[in-house]
Each structure stands twice: as C-alpha cells, then as structure tokens.
Design a binder for this molecule. Structure first.
Ligand code: NCD
Ligand code: ZN
Length: 353
C-alpha cells in the first residue's frame, strides 16, 4: 500500500449552494467563503417573504461583491408567483444562473414557498430555453393527518423530481443537499441534465447527531447511517453528477442555542469558514481523498458550464492539525455565529502563502 498523501491540490474550488445573508450578517460571513478555500459561490436567494421579489438576487450579489470581490458569485432567483417568463429571460441576460424552489414551510423562512409545480411550467419552459438551472429543495412539507415528517420528507419528494425531469428533459435540475440512499439512487437513474449536491455536514452526521444538538440541526436533517453510507459511496465512486453544495447557513447564536418556549431552534449548519479542510477530512476518513477535486470543483463546474480556466488559482491542502474557532465563533450579538466543528480538531489545513 502506498503512503497516504501529505498534500492535495484542488483547482479553483466551487461551492454550489451557499447562504450569504444581507446587511450586518453579510459583513461577517461573506469573507468566510474565501477563508474556507473557495473561489466560486453559488448563492441561494434567502427565502425571506419580505424580500421575495426577483431583484433580491442582484441585491445579495452587490453586497457580497462589495465585501469580497475576490470570489465569483453566481446568483439565483426565488421561485414565486411574481416571477414571469419575461423576468427569466431578463435575468438570464443579466447573468443570473438559476432559480431556487422551496416547498412551502419546509425550512427557514419558506412560508412563501411553492405548493404546486404545474403553475410554474411556463417558467420552466423559459428556463429550459435560456439554459437556467432549477435548484430544488427536495422535501415534502409535513402536514396534519399524513405520515410525513423530517425523516421521510425527501423520499416523498422524489416523484416530483422524476415528473419534472420527464416533462422538461432539457432543463438542468439540481436536487439540493441530498440526504438519503433513495435520493442518490433516483438521481443516478435520471438523465445527464439532473445533478445533485451533497453537503459536508451530511457526510459527517446521522440522526443521532442532531437529536438534542441544535448546532447540527438543518433542513433536510441528516438521516440514517445507511443513508450517510450512500452519500459516501457516491462520492467515493466519483460520479460526475454529484458535487459539493455546502448549504452553509449561518444563524445567530441566540436563534440556534436559546430554547424559546414558543419557538424551535433555527435550521442551518454553518460550514463556510472551514469548508475545504472539512471536506478533505471527510473524504480522507472514508478513503476518497483522490475524489476531492472532482467533488469540490470539476464536477459542479462542468454541470454549470463554468470550467476552471487558466488564471484560476489552485488551493493546496496539507495534512496538519488545525483548530477552528470555538463557541466564541465570529461576530457578536445578532451576528454572533458559531461554525460547525467548533472547538474540534481538523487534520487538514489550507497552505496559505
Ligand atoms: C437554510 C437557511 O438557513 O438559509 N437552512 C437550512 O437548514 N438549510 C435554508 C435552506 O436552504 O433550507
Ligand atoms: Zn440552502
């Protein structure tokens, strides 16, 4: 057996699902994309009802680029009734890369999410025409009188994915943050236009890790050990339609850690500041370090038609113990955020000149 690699080089890492927030929180979290080793961020429009309208994509891009122009930001719109095929064509012309769909009520601030896809067929046709990507939060909302809950919400969504792909075979669709074996198998069975993101934390966690542990709670929740095994297997296989989308989602300490009598903790795991070392550590832990570049760069870039170009810089990682921040996290007050893995050791670090 050959000795384990001591360094690994990745061409222009790209995170295809990040939440950057706005205002003061953006000031704290935006620079962590680059700190975490990434030079491209596919930014999910925050599903805040008051900020639903399509210009939100541009607002976040402008904020982010003002804070750190060293990262390429790809923007998305939020699928909502205000969106028209004409807006889609305008947005594509202005460089907006995709449209994010949240089923109503499944995650942080998704009260304005969609209830039926049929109503949006005109939008999907326009997207197919202009080459925009549809990003799906693939969970069916829990509803009274049904057996749906956080554990089976993703498999219950998969028939919608199949139907959408069947109806719009040329539309590029990404099933975001897959957490189950069923989702992995479903995406594999579909055509070349269907991709799938996997987060770093879902490669690490199972149900036992978030039950009673607010910092590990996000939507979709981490599932059974066998589901995590399926995610690890598809990454190890180097399947080209599966790539990293961190779903890094910062929430203030108070919203995560303080138990309110009327409110549950906010959904979202914050991985941006340590993302590349964390992914390297995960892949190394299940013997897939040789898949790192495909998973965090080339697969996603190929799907999104954003290949690594000459002049893009590579990131070098080396084996070596590093310790992310502890519970003190970053920011303060309403911007106090604590990242995943806080206080624990990482055994890969970015070589910074
Ligand atoms: C995300 C957030 O906080 O913005 N939370 C999460 O648990 N993933 C929203 C989302 O992408 O679902
Ligand atoms: Zn997300």
């Amino acid at each position: 057996m050959s000795a384990p690699a001591e360094t690994v080089t990745v061409a222009s890492p790209a995170d295809f699902h990040v939440h950057l927030r706005q205002g003061e929180m953006a000031e704290v979290v935006t620079k962590h994309v680059r700190h975490g080793g990434f030079s491209l961020a596919y930014v999910m429009a925050c599903p805040l009802p008051a900020l639903l309208l399509p210009p939100l994509g541009w607002l976040i891009a402008a904020d982010a680029a003002a804070i750190d122009p060293g990262v390429e930001y790809l923007m998305t719109l939020y699928l909502c009734p205000e969106l028209t095929p004409d807006e889609i064509r305008k947005a594509a012309g202005a460089g907006i890369a995709g449209v994010k769909s949240y089923p109503r009520g499944v995650t942080t601030n998704s009260e304005g999410g969609i209830e039926s896809y049929e109503a949006y067929y005109g939008i999907f046709e326009a997207m197919e025409e202009v080459g925009m990507v549809l990003n799906l939060h693939g969970e069916v909302p829990s509803a009274a009188g049904t057996n749906t809950c956080v554990l089976n919400a993703e498999p219950a969504f998969l028939p919608h994915l199949r139907a959408l792909h069947g109806r719009f075979p040329r539309l590029r669709i990404v099933l975001e943050h897959a957490t189950t074996r069923a989702a992995v198998e479903c995406v594999k069975s579909l055509g070349e236009t269907v991709g799938c993101t996997i987060t770093a934390h879902h490669l690490a966690l199972t149900v036992d890790d978030w039950a009673g542990q607010a910092w590990h709670f996000c939507k979709p929740v981490a599932k059974y050990p066998d589901d995590r095994a399926a995610l690890r297997e598809v990454v190890s296989e180097g399947h080209p339609r599966f790539f990293l989308g961190s779903d890094s989602a910062p929430h203030p300490y108070e919203s995560k850690a303080v138990a309110f009598p009327t409110q549950s903790c906010a959904a979202g795991v914050y991985t941006s500041p340590i993302l590349l070392p964390l992914v390297a550590q995960m892949l190394d832990s299940f013997g897939a370090l040789d898949r790192l570049e495909g998973f965090v760069s080339t697969h996603g870039r190929a799907f999104y038609k954003r290949p690594v170009t000459q002049g893009d810089s590579a990131v070098v990682l080396r084996r070596g113990v590093s310790k992310p921040v502890g519970i003190e996290g970053y920011g303060s007050g309403a911007t106090h955020v604590v990242p995943f893995w806080a206080g624990k050791e990482l055994n890969w670090e970015i070589v910074r000149e």
